[in-house]
Design a protein around this ligand. Structure first.
Ligand SMILES: [Zn+2]
Length: 317
């Protein structure tokens, strides 16, 4: 059985570029985890493309986070334009459904780490107008908004302002990468559904990038969703498709209502994928494995598509 795929996180916008940001690879056909020719074989496809920036990674001095952000954005937009026969930019649930019924794939712009625009809440309005619909508050570094899952440390006053501004605009706040303290600080003030675009279960694989059971329940309480990450470092030792199912089944056990699990593969942002999965085309194999593990087709279809659509719809209301 085949299901349309809505994936909440990938790093393809960065991976398309060479290290000096002079050559942008083709989104249509490439050697990465995601290209449109392979994604086009799925029963439907919507992909969040993150513009990822950090001050943490060692980069040559001339390559600033601002420049990286600009390159990722211009690169992915020009690739969408060049391949407009296959994929369109989408800014909401209705766009995605329209594109799908026209036989088109959808691209949604997202922010991973606001370093590329100085963590500035005032910049979010302009970015929203450009089409950005999801934002994390950081990556693995502590920044002026909050601490990370590596450093610890809660939400700052500026971080609070950032969350409020994003939610006022209708941009989803994404808690992947931040610290546990910052997570709970956001839960104290959130007015909207909160998502973790690419995080797994800490009960199944105990790493700080994953969510505790209480964190998962708290996200469900906001009406948000969690995108299952396919990076083996967040899945478990010798991870295969069954390991991915283990994380999903655990979340389903915690909150039986299945409206809170989605996909967030981290494709092109990780160097090691589970055995049996080598790129976007293999989402069909994950669906098969979930069915084999006894998950009913309606639940698989919600995990693969409807839950992410619904959270986007709730956010824009
Ligand atoms: Zn990430």
């Amino acid at each position: 059985m085949r299901f349309p795929v809505f994936d909440l996180h990938c790093d393809t916008a960065l991976a398309l570029w060479d290290r000096s940001f002079t050559v942008c690879d083709s989104l249509r056909s490439n050697q990465l985890h995601i290209d449109l020719e392979r994604a086009g074989q799925l029963a439907g496809y919507a992909q969040c493309f993150a513009c990822f920036t950090t001050t943490f990674a060692s980069m040559p001095e001339e390559i600033t986070p601002e420049m990286v952000f600009e390159k990722e954005l211009s690169g992915i937009l020009s690739q969408i334009n060049i391949n407009v026969d296959m994929i369109q930019l989408a800014t909401g649930a209705d766009d995605i459904l329209t594109n799908t019924s026209n036989g088109q794939m959808s691209a949604i712009l997202t922010i991973e780490g606001p370093a590329g625009f100085g963590y500035c809440p005032e910049k979010l309005e302009e970015l929203y107008r450009m089409g950005f619909r999801i934002t994390t508050l950081g990556w693995n570094e502590r920044n002026i908004l909050c601490g990370s899952c590596v450093t610890g440390g809660g939400l700052t006053d500026l971080g609070r302002e950032y969350v409020r501004q994003a939610q006022r605009l209708g941009m989803l706040v994404d808690v992947s990468h931040i610290s546990d303290e910052a997570f709970w600080d956001i839960m104290d003030i959130t007015q909207r559904p909160v998502i973790a675009s690419h995080s797994n279960s800490r009960a199944i694989w105990n790493v700080p990038r994953n969510l505790t059971d209480d964190m998962y329940r708290a996200i469900c309480d906001t009406g948000g969703t969690v995108g299952i990450n396919l990076y083996t470092a967040f899945l478990g030792d010798s991870a295969d498709l069954n390991t991915v199912c283990d994380h999903i089944l655990h979340f389903l056990e915690l909150v039986p209502e299945e409206g809170h699990i989605s996909l967030g593969g981290d494709l092109d942002g990780c160097d090691d994928l589970p055995i049996g999965f080598s790129g976007v085309q293999d989402y069909d194999k994950l669906a098969d494995q979930l069915l084999l593990r006894g998950i009913d087709p309606k639940t698989v279809s919600n995990i693969f598509w409807n839950n992410a659509i619904e959270v986007m719809r709730k956010c824009s209301m």
